[in-house]
Design a protein around this ligand. Structure first.
Ligand SMILES: Nc1ncnc2c1ncn2[C@@H]1O[C@H](COP(=O)(O)OP(=O)(O)OP(=O)(O)O)[C@@H](O)[C@H]1O
Length: 225
């Protein structure tokens, strides 16, 4: 089980996150949804230990994978080298992942030689190479066109199902959250705090976006169109 507690995160004396507490069960898929700029990336960075000021809230003793909005591949390394950078020596696992993601023929290419969708698949492979206990996803497909994003979503879902990965997905796309998650936490505009929790596993049927807009207009007003 993962517990995340962030009491008060500020940038230049302005509170960005206030009293956020999350519990994530193993194998659960959680979506955090909130308006642009409310503090979602800041929260993921705290969890991942990338926020120097907030090291006490990081998750320790667990393997984390992180897929960022940008691919963050090193341009001077090949695809295989980029992946092995986080898992030195794991050549067989790397080859298996590259194969699974349809990248086996580009292992020795450089990132700039690949399309955006292929680069995204490389960042998926990099996130899975260490079999993460918790996978953090920060709007991973936001920069891709819809068909490419859909393809990447399918590949990611297959890997998540195969490895029964615990996932924390940050998004502002309600459809993406509704399709992917077991539970959705809705965040308020800055400062981010949890204003509603939707446990989709407890529902007979997944609600549609239209249902949610009708049922929770006060929660969704202003940021879900
Ligand atoms: N290093 C920083 N210094 C100062 N302010 C920052 C810094 N990083 C983030 N912020 C501010 O904190 C707020 C939350 O930013 P954050 O990137 O976490 O939001 P977000 O919900 O992920 O946004 P988006 O949906 O647009 O990605 C924003 O107002 C942002 O300008």
């Amino acid at each position: 089980m993962f517990n995340v507690v962030v009491k008060n995160k500020q940038f230049q004396n302005i509170t960005v996150i206030a009293d956020v507490a999350l519990t994530i069960q193993p194998g659960e898929r959680i979506a955090l949804i909130g308006p642009s700029g409310c503090g979602k990336t800041t929260l993921l960075n705290i969890i991942a230990g990338l926020d120097e000021e907030y090291q006490h809230a990081r998750i320790t003793n667990k393997k984390l994978g992180y897929i960022f909005q940008e691919n963050r591949l090193l341009p001077w390394l090949t695809i295989q080298e980029n992946i092995l950078l986080v898992a030195p020596g794991q050549i067989e696992v790397c080859s298996a992942l590259l194969k699974q993601l349809g990248l086996e023929n580009v292992a020795h290419f450089y990132p700039e030689q690949l399309s955006g969708g292929m680069q995204k698949r490389v960042s998926i492979a990099r996130a899975f190479i260490n079999e993460p206990d918790l996978l953090l996803l920060d709007e991973p497909f936001v920069s891709l066109d819809e068909p490419t994003a859909d393809g990447c979503r399918r590949e990611l879902n297959d890997l998540v199902r195969l490895h029964q990965t615990t996932v924390l997905l940050v998004t502002h796309d309600i459809e993406e959250a509704l399709t992917f998650a077991d539970k959705i936490y809705f965040l308020s505009p800055k400062p981010a705090t949890i204003i509603h929790t939707l446990n989709l596993r407890e529902m007979h049927q997944r609600p549609t976006k239209q249902c949610l807009l009708k049922e929770y207009p006060h929660i969704l007003a202003g940021y879900i169109t």
